[in-house]
Unconditional design. Sequence first.
Lengths: 162, 439
Amino acid sequence: MRSEKQWEIEQFLYREARLLDERKFDEWLNLLSEDIRYWIPVRETRYGGGVCGEGEMAYVDDDKKMLELRVKRLGTGLAWAEEPPSRTRHFVMNVEIVRDEGDEVEVHSNVLVFQSRYATYEQFYVGKREDRLRREDGQWKLAYRKIILDQALLPRTLSIVL
Amino acid sequence: MRDVERCDLAALVDLDQGRISPRLFVDPEIYRLELEKIFARCWIFLAHESQIRESGEYVTTWIGEDPIIVCRDRIGKIRAYLNMCRHRGALVCHADAGRTGAFTCRYHGWSYSTEGQLVGVPFEEKVYPNGELRKEEIRLVEVPRVESYGGFIFGCWDEHAESLEAYLGDFRWYFDIFLERALGEWEVVAGVQRCVIECNWKLHAENFGGDSYHVLLTHAFATRPGLNPFFSLGSLPLYMEFPAHVVTFEQGHSMIDVLYHGEYYQADLEAARRLGPEAVEYVEACYQKVRTRKSPEQADVYGLGPGLIFPNLMFLDFGCLFPAGFYFMRPRGPERHEYWAIHLQDSRAPQVVKEILRRDFIMGQAAGGTFTPDDTDNFWGMTQALRGIVGQRQWLDYRSGLAREGAVQIEGRPGNIGPRPSDRGQRNFYRRWLELMTA
């Protein structure tokens, strides 16, 4: 039987994806807990893994303040990599609650992000999200996200939220 | 495709007028010639020694479009090989980094020692009976010149090239400041950021090696309240008002924001005070180390600013509290390159400093940072425009500073010092480029 919680979590992730694609970044920030860590470690081609760990290199390793700075930057009209804005589409799939502790759950999912800039500048980012969601005052918040990219070489510099 | 003649090239680079043809950034024939005349002849950055500490450790990289393995052999000597089996040319190493006892081709299983010697040939007696194959005569193609300077490993295909020290030339006086400033050892933070950038590698090289002009314009966001992503640098004068100069070197290297008298040090001290006594002590110790082990003049420079080691290693260094970045470019055709961002840290920096530097590196001049994506979107756009047939008939403008050549002299500082901002670094880059391309 499909649980209520699974449905709630999926709805949260879909709403989050829609806000990013609609570039409602301030609303998106409201979905994040104050102590969030948003982490995209560097991936390398190595025998036995190649995902960078703590204290090692990452493409993004942000706390809430850093994410707010990124959003504020996008609002200046001076962030040329997103001026005019890229069109993005986030696809969130394979949503699986891997640990359920009541008001805190660990959720794994796959993410596929398409980015289109200008007429001909297009790319995909593909990876696995390892999220922790926490219920705060009745609302789910994203408290932790680690994105394990499948790509050891980014298709361009990263100017969007994955 | 017609051949690019010597005289053609000289007509594309007009340094007296300070102008350059767009063809340099899109022409496949010029690009092919660069692989031969520049990448296969210059000293090219391969790796940092901290990435391969033990025997058998390796990283893979590229010299131009040739795949390269850099490794420590059994006695710890650093060697570099073409990553290509001598049998049919398959790669003998497929990972970005790792550790191995041998490089084994997966096509027919030929195996090479870390000394480059062919040591294993499966079914040798059946496939090559009666000594058809003389294993002892077969080795991986070895990069003939591999030398390190301060832990930075470079390789050169030209057996007769000058030494790496001579190639770095007067830039060493400045590079030594960076190298000496670490209380421990400089070491690469594990993991190299890699991304594709859709433009000719030279557009990126000349940006680091010359373009202080774009900083306040392309990166104008950082001057808005609350948007400077860096912990340090806050107390420096507005970027265009820096009392700085450009230093260029015969071999094509350049530095574009060299300050006069310890301004980067003062900015570091101020930032360190916000972190507490441990950080202040650290910054002071680094400064004193350069002062006593090198010279007071070098200690006063303190940070190198942005710059380029010709042809394809860029750097960014504003002192102990700004993340040290080295940026390697792998060319991939006339209109594409890969950008490999490498962050180095002083092994003896306090933990609180290390964590700030790592965050600032990721947030600043890096693949997912707040600076690089804006640059590369510009470079992509330039490539769209420069590719056009009418666009290629135009000149690009590099005249800034032409009337101010040689205007700056600073006692005791080597290199050719000139005014900033100016296009002096770019002109030096293309002077050296033309020299090599027409040699």
